[in-house]
Design a protein around this ligand. Structure first.
Ligand code: IPM
Ligand code: MN
Length: 356
């Protein structure tokens, strides 16, 4: 138990509203456990560009590296879309991930029993889904060189080294060992050399984890299987861009992208953030769903701080709130007993944390 230093990056759009609710829930933990949090708010994204001219000020990097974990809201918005690429909020985020060395992006997709009807897929297909996408986050085509744009052509390079594949594969196998012990590695080895290397290295690493069952799937097939029969998956291990796409797809199994958290971890400080974006169209209205961010705070407790009991407490409180019919507007049509605002949802979950 301890006193933890949390770097807080609220960002743009709904970022500030949802992060405030996660902080409310974290602080509620202090009244039942011997844990306390010290928050330091840092600038990043469009707001950082507006204030400092840089979407990722140096101070944000150094202070984040000096904290126990980074709790992150969301960044970006149309307002900054026409800036040169390196000034855009998204470039700031990519640089941030790289600076923190967070090579493993964990994106769980869980279907809450209370919300099986919220998915666009049939309830019998999604009921009980509990999978985790482990996405490589600081390599692949997002960062590969050479890249460039000329008058009539442009190019990016998908590149992975053996070492980059080894470390992400190990993470995936370790995670699977604590779950249902299955890893499905997703690539495009029938076409891409980089994917053939990926497959070869994953096969090698799998020998270190004989208790975990490994399978391979081409990314096009995986996209199809995720909708056809998502329950077949436990851990999906994949590269940066395939993981970007598949994790958005997986998020819809649960009915609302407003529910799903993520953790980005490496060997230094991790970033904990909802998988959804900054939703500028609904910012400031108090209707955003804070659950994904609250669940991200729970992942932070578990993966960064080792406070597993406190993390479980938050997860239970989220489930209880959903079970009792509390819904933000995105889920209003699914067995809602009471529609609540962003702020009310945060308070309800914080109350369950204290009282349950
Ligand atoms: C994500 C986002 C980012 C990504 C963008 C905003 C750079 O889509 O976190 O999935 O592509 O990684
Ligand atoms: Mn994405």
């Amino acid at each position: 138990m301890g006193n933890y230093k949390i770097a807080v990056i609220k960002g743009d759009g709904i970022g500030p509203e949802i992060v405030d609710e996660a902080i409310k829930v974290l602080d509620a933990l202090s009244s039942i456990y011997d844990i306390s949090f010290e928050y330091e708010e840092l600038l990043m994204g469009g707001i950082a560009y507006d204030i400092t001219g840089d979407p990722l000020p140096q101070e944000t990097i150094s202070k984040s590296l000096n904290s126990d974990a980074v709790l992150f809201g969301a960044i970006g918005g149309e307002k900054w879309d026409s800036l040169p690429r390196e000034k855009r909020p998204e470039s700031g985020l990519l640089r941030f991930r790289k600076e923190l060395g967070v090579y493993a992006n964990l994106r769980p997709a869980v279907v809450y029993d209370e919300l099986v009807n919220a998915s666009t897929l049939k309830p019998e297909v999604v009921e009980g889904v509990d999978l985790m996408v482990v996405r490589e986050l600081i390599g692949g085509i997002y960062f590969g060189e050479p890249k460039g744009r000329e008058a009539t052509r442009a190019y990016n390079t998908m590149v992975y080294s053996v070492e980059e594949i080894e470390r992400i594969a190990r993470r995936a196998f370790e995670i699977a060992q604590k779950r249902r012990k299955k890893v499905c590695s997703v690539d495009k080895a029938n076409v891409l050399d980089v994917s053939q290397l990926w497959r070869d290295v994953v096969n090698e690493i799998s020998k270190e984890y004989p208790d975990v069952e490994l399978s391979h799937m081409y990314v096009d097939n995986a996209a199809m299987q995720l909708i056809r029969d998502p329950k077949q998956f436990d851990v999906i291990l994949t590269g940066n861009i395939f993981g970007d796409i598949l994790s958005d797809e997986a998020s819809m199994l649960s009915g609302s992208i407003g529910l799903l958290p993520s953790a980005s971890i490496g060997d230094k400080v991790g970033i904990y953030e909802p998988i959804h974006g900054s939703a500028p169209d609904i910012a400031g209205q108090g209707i955003a769903n804070p659950i994904a961010t609250i669940a991200s705070a729970s992942m932070m407790l578990k993966y960064a701080l080792g406070e597993v009991e406190a993390a479980n407490k938050i997860d239970e409180a989220i489930k209880q709130a959903l079970k009792d019919g509390y819904r933000t507007k995105d889920l209003a049509d699914f067995d809602a007993k009471e529609i609540c605002s962003t702020n009310e949802m945060g308070s309800i979950i914080a109350n369950y944390v204290v009282k349950s």
